[in-house]
Every structure is written in C-alpha cells, then in structure tokens.
Design a protein around this ligand. Structure first.
Ligand SMILES: Cc1ncc(COP(=O)(O)O)c(C=O)c1O
Length: 455
C-alpha cells in the first residue's frame, strides 16, 4: 500500500477551476447599496486580478511564470495516514493533501505567488497585507521575493506576540511586519483609542493594510488578501485538482472531504474541484471545519457585511459574526475571522456543504495524535480539520464502512510550538463564544440589505 502518492510533472494542473461558472452569487455592494463595479476596486487591487475576481469562465490558464514558481514544491504529496488508521482501528482510508511542504509551510503561497505575479505584471512595486497566524504574511513575503516586490504586513497583535519566529521568516524574505493595531493608520488609532489592550483581529489588520495601500498616492502600492475573495479561492484549486489525480492513480475517490475554514481558502482549494463533481451528481459529504469559539458557518447568519473592521471593503454576502467582532484569542490565529468566503457561504446556503465546529482542546488533541502516529506537527488551524477527520473515521468504524476520507493538511506547526507547549502543560483552556455575540452580529448586519437566497 502506497503511503506517499506523488504526481508526474505532466499531470500538474495548467488551469485553475473557477466555481463562479457553476453557482449563482450575490454581488458585492458599495456604500449606496448598489453592486460595486470593477473600477471602484481599482485603487485596492490591480485590474488583472479584479478581472479574475469577477470572471465567469470555468477554467483559467495558469501563466507559465507562476507554474514555474509552483514547481519549487508542487505537486504536493498525498499522504495515506496508515498509522492513524491503524491506531483508530477504522476501516476508513484516510488521505491528507500535504500543503505544509511549501517554502512558507502552508497552502498560502498558491495564491501569494499568483497575486505577486499579477501585481508585478500590472507595474505595482509594493503590496500591503494583513496576517493572522503569520502564515499568509510569510507566504506573501516569499512571493514578493520571487517577483521583486516590497511587502508590508500588518500582523494581528496576539499572533505577533505569540509567534515571534513568523516575523523573522517574513524579514528573511524581505518583508516588513507591524503589530496590528498600529498608530500608523486612522483605523488602527481608532481601535487603540477604544481598547488599548485589544488582542487585535484579522478585521482590524485588513482595515489597516487597505488604508495603507490606498493612501500611497503614487499609485505603486496595492493591497493583497490571503483568503475570502473569489480569486484567492480560484488560485487554491490546484490543491483539489492534484488530489483528484493522485487518488485516481490509486483507484480511490473521496466519500468525505474535510478542510479547516478561517476565510475559506484551503478548504475551497481542496473541495471546489469536487464540489463541481457534486453539482454534477456525485455523492460526497463536504465539511468545512471551524473553531467553536469563532463559529461563523455553524452559528452566524448569511448576511451582507464588511470584510474588515473599519468598513473599508464592499459589503459581501457571507456568514458573518459582525465586522466589529474581535474573536476570542484562541491558538489558531488563521481561524479568527468574523466572516467567510462568499463562495463557501453560498455553497452552504445551497446545501452543498455541511459545516462543523470543534473545540480548541479537541483540535490540539487531534494534532498530537497525528504527530504520534504520522510524525509531523500540524499547524493549529490544520488540527481542526484533523479533529473532524478522526470523528469521521470513528463514525466509519461504528458503521463498519470502508469510507475514503480526504482532508487538507493546510500547514505545519513548527513555528507554533509555544501553543503546543501550553497544551502539553495543561494550560490551554477551552474558549467559549460570549453569548451576546450573535445578537450583536444581527444588529450589525441589520443595517445592510438582505442577500438573495439562491438554492
Ligand atoms: C495553516 C493554515 N491553515 C488554515 C488557515 C485558514 O485560512 P483559510 O481558511 O483561508 O485557509 C490559515 C490562515 O492563516 C493557515 O495559516
């Protein structure tokens, strides 16, 4: 039985899969409640990426320069977790698509490289961005170093303090990293005035990075987002396309697909090429997994809301805990986001996905079980996917079914060891979602138009 399944270089994807060709979506809205046109996004993103954001073409060519950088680590291996299967005594086959082998240690470079390339082509010199866990900031710094772009990163304060080595990694690749909220932007100063001890949030860091980009009047700076947007999901679909071919090569097809979901990108990257199959008649359970402490998909309503704290972004139709919500400081920074990719949200509304939530302790338990059986140390975000993998494998055992489970191993945790240390010392606590959050979310989103429900 093969433990590590590769892919011949001829079989690597040459196109990205665009799910917008296959689903109906609510458009992003401007402050006047009307759909925003591509031109209004031009100060924030280069036009070539805006065109991708709204494209309805099902397959989009991957430029050779991007394929060339991808070939530094792609195709990523598909791992059959034989030891974990044995330890669980499950008849299920467990496969993990290992995105941790990229230079930055996660799936994030798949879109970072594409975004750096398109910005460079458009004549942009500098990109600003946010980062939660530091994975995205380091991925964009790596991509910037490949294409000669300056990178400035606003890193959520709690992660900036918890993960000093991620900042160093950004610096190694030439990126500059600030602890967000900063005093450098209007959005940051407003938050610090209200709450000087805030742990920060992705919503706040996004506001700061957008503001920093549009304030450069030379026009040489744009903003880059590591998740949520359509073009980010698009770039990640190399993951699912490769996995499909790798499974085919061993005669398998998934019954269950699992990915952790912060803004939705690693989940979408693995799942969307299979959602295409599900739309066309295949039976698959497709499960995005989030933290119980930030339950966007499992608890929040589908509504129009801003993607950032200050309300600089257009209104997006998504599940949202409210753009002013500062998620509790759980040790999975990349999953502390109030909103979700509109594409992922729309698929939930259509009943094609079944969201799940796991607790912080369940997630770390799963991460340690993985390390003890399969050897590698997963990222805290990835642990949420692994917790659900273990639940599904145990369910298959109870049902006596030889199911095929496919999940995304979105990143490694070698720079997250302080959180593992807390967990091993019994100092990692369960974090509850404050009860009033959902009411507050409803009052935040009540002021905006209601999205249409497309089934
Ligand atoms: C390793 C890892 N997995 C998952 C995520 C969550 O993001 P997304 O939902 O966009 O994949 C992050 C975000 O920082 C991450 O670093």
């Amino acid at each position: 039985m093969k433990r590590r399944i590769g892919l011949h270089s001829d079989d690597r994807p040459k196109k990205w899969y665009n799910i917008l060709a296959d689903i109906k979506m609510n458009p992003p809205l401007g402050p006047d409640g009307k759909p925003v046109g591509p031109d209004s996004l031009a100060p924030v993103f280069p036009m070539n990426l805006i065109e991708q954001e709204v494209s309805q073409e099902r397959w989009i060519d991957i430029p050779e320069a991007i394929q060339d950088v991808y070939s530094m680590w792609r195709a990523t291996p598909l791992i059959r977790a034989l030891n974990l299967e044995k330890a669980l005594g499950t008849p299920a086959k467990i496969y993990l698509k290992d995105e941790s082998v990229s230079p930055a240690g996660s799936h994030k470079p798949n879109t970072a490289v594409a975004q750096a390339y398109y910005n460079k082509e458009f004549g942009i010199k500098k990109l600003t961005t946010e980062t939660g866990a530091g994975q995205w900031g380091s991925a964009l710094s790596f991509a910037g170093s490949q294409f000669g772009l300056e990178i400035e990163v606003y890193m959520v304060r709690i992660s900036f303090d918890q993960k000093p080595h991620r900042k160093t990694l950004m610096r190694v690749w030439g990126g500059k990293c600030h602890s967000s909220p900063t005093n450098m932007t209007k959005a940051g100063r407003a938050v610090l005035e209200k709450d000087p001890d805030t742990p920060g949030s992705l919503g706040i860091a996004i506001s700061e990075a957008v503001e920093a980009a549009v304030s450069d009047k030379s026009g040489a700076t744009r903003y880059s987002l590591g998740s949520v947007l359509n073009h980010v999901m698009l770039h990640q679909t190399v993951v699912g396309q490769e996995a499909k071919k790798q499974l085919e090569s061993v005669g398998d097809y998934p019954d269950v697909i699992i990915g952790c979901a912060g803004g939705g990108s690693n989940f979408a990257g693995l799942a969307f090429p299979f959602v295409y199959d599900k739309i066309n008649g295949k039976e698959i359970d497709i499960l995005p997994v989030e933290p119980l402490a930030c339950p966007t998909l499992t608890k929040a309503a589908f509504a129009y809301d801003h993607g950032d704290e200050a309300g600089y972004t257009p209104l997006l139709a998504m599940h949202s805990l409210g753009h002013t919500f500062v998620p509790p400081p759980i040790h999975a920074g990349g999953l502390r986001y109030h909103g979700m990719a509109p594409t992922v949200s729309q698929l939930i509304v259509s009943g094609l996905l079944e969201p799940k939530a796991v607790s912080q302790i369940e997630a770390y338990d799963a991460g340690v079980q993985w390390a003890l059986t399969e050897g590698t140390v997963p990222a805290p975000e990835t642990n949420h996917a692994l917790a659900q993998v273990i639940k599904e494998a145990n369910k298959a055992k109870e049902e006596g079914k030889e199911k095929v489970i496919l999940a995304n191993f979105s990143g490694h945790g070698m720079l997250d060891l302080s959180a593992y240390e807390k967990f091993l010392d019994g100092k990692l606590e369960e974090v509850e979602l404050p009860a009033e959050v959902l009411e507050r979310a409803a009052s935040v989103t009540a002021q905006y138009p209601k999205p249409e429900i497309f089934k």
